[in-house]
Design a protein. Structure first.
Length: 317
């Protein structure tokens, strides 16, 4: 082993973040998450179509085999690589970790919607929103598009960065890959469609994995509110009051914290309303949400670096 494990993880994470911020996403042909999507689609195609009990058991088996198999294989692979090819191992770790988070893409997606709306092209904004939210966007008004963009950025701050980094810190690349596969299962088949019961196990597992990261993200959004010109006190009040209004046990925390911080109301018609309309919702609120995303990302990297440095010093002393 060339470096102590905490230092190896730190170097890999810094390379991964630099890759994300400067280059963005790997090509689809070599993107591990694209491969995960194909795996989930394969399980979906062969799933039982009628019996809910069989669907649930099939979905549970799919999650255990896929996520457990990926974790075990990657753990064994990196354990072997680390002792034979230490430098290429770090590069591979960085690449695979980067594939598990999307800080730049999430921020760019939010700012793209803002740019389209500022050009007054509402239909184009509705079209682009399809990649950000799981709702019918064809009739959304401009305020609802802005609200949905803010919700997406707030919720995905957890899924797209905080959670993958936490699982990498705890279990290395195998942990980050396992988390991303669980999240991919949930996003593709969790709770929805004719295979609803196939996705229940995946959805519940994803809820469990994001339980603590979502609350940590909400806390960071609250603490950082003044830095993105928002209200920490109101963020805290609304997060406590409204976090349980969403179907997800996790998403409500970050979305409610953001609604409170901005003093606006975030609404998904027919599902939930978060926050109070103390201020009119504006395009600038998207800028604030993206700024909050990068602030949380920066603080998570700093926290990871400090903890890694402490453990490295302990191991070398």
């Amino acid at each position: 082993m060339l470096f102590p494990l905490p230092l190896e993880y730190l170097i890999a994470s810094l390379i991964a973040v630099a890759y994300d911020l400067t280059i963005g996403e790997p090509p689809a042909q070599v993107h591990p998450v694209v491969g995960m999507g194909k795996l989930v689609s394969l399980w979906e195609r062969i799933a039982p179509r009628q019996n809910p009990v069989l669907q649930f058991l099939f979905g549970l088996l799919a999650v255990i085999i896929s996520i457990g198999g990926l974790f075990a294989f990657s753990w064994w692979g990196f354990d072997w690589l680390r002792t034979t090819l230490p430098v290429p191992t770090i590069i591979l770790e960085a690449y695979l970790l980067k594939s598990c988070f999307s800080l730049k893409m999430l921020g760019d997606s939010g700012l793209k919607i803002r740019q389209i709306l500022s050009a007054k092209t509402l239909d184009e904004a509705r079209f682009e929103m399809r990649d950000l939210v799981s709702r019918n966007t064809t009739q959304l008004s401009e305020p609802l598009i802005i609200a949905a963009t803010i919700e997406s950025v707030a919720e995905n701050t957890t899924d797209s960065f905080v959670s993958p980094l936490i699982f990498f810190a705890l279990l290395g690349v195998p942990g980050a890959l396992a988390y991303r596969l669980a999240n991919t299962f949930d996003s593709m088949i969790g709770y929805r469609g004719k295979y609803e019961y196939v996705g229940k196990a995946a959805a519940r597992f994803d809820d469990l994995l994001n339980y603590l990261p979502a609350r940590l993200t909400a806390l960071l959004l609250i603490i950082n509110a003044r830095w993105y010109k928002a209200s920490p006190a109101n963020a805290w009040r609304i997060a406590l009051r409204d976090h349980s209004k969403t179907a997800s046990p996790n998403a409500g925390w970050t979305m409610a914290a953001m609604a409170g911080a901005l003093k606006v109301q975030l609404e998904k018609s027919g599902h939930y309303t978060l926050g109070d309309s103390e201020k009119p919702i504006t395009l600038n609120n998207i800028n604030q949400a993206v700024a909050a995303l990068y602030l949380v990302g920066m603080e998570m990297v700093i926290l990871f670096a400090v903890v890694s440095a402490i453990f490295t010093i302990i191991m070398l002393s």
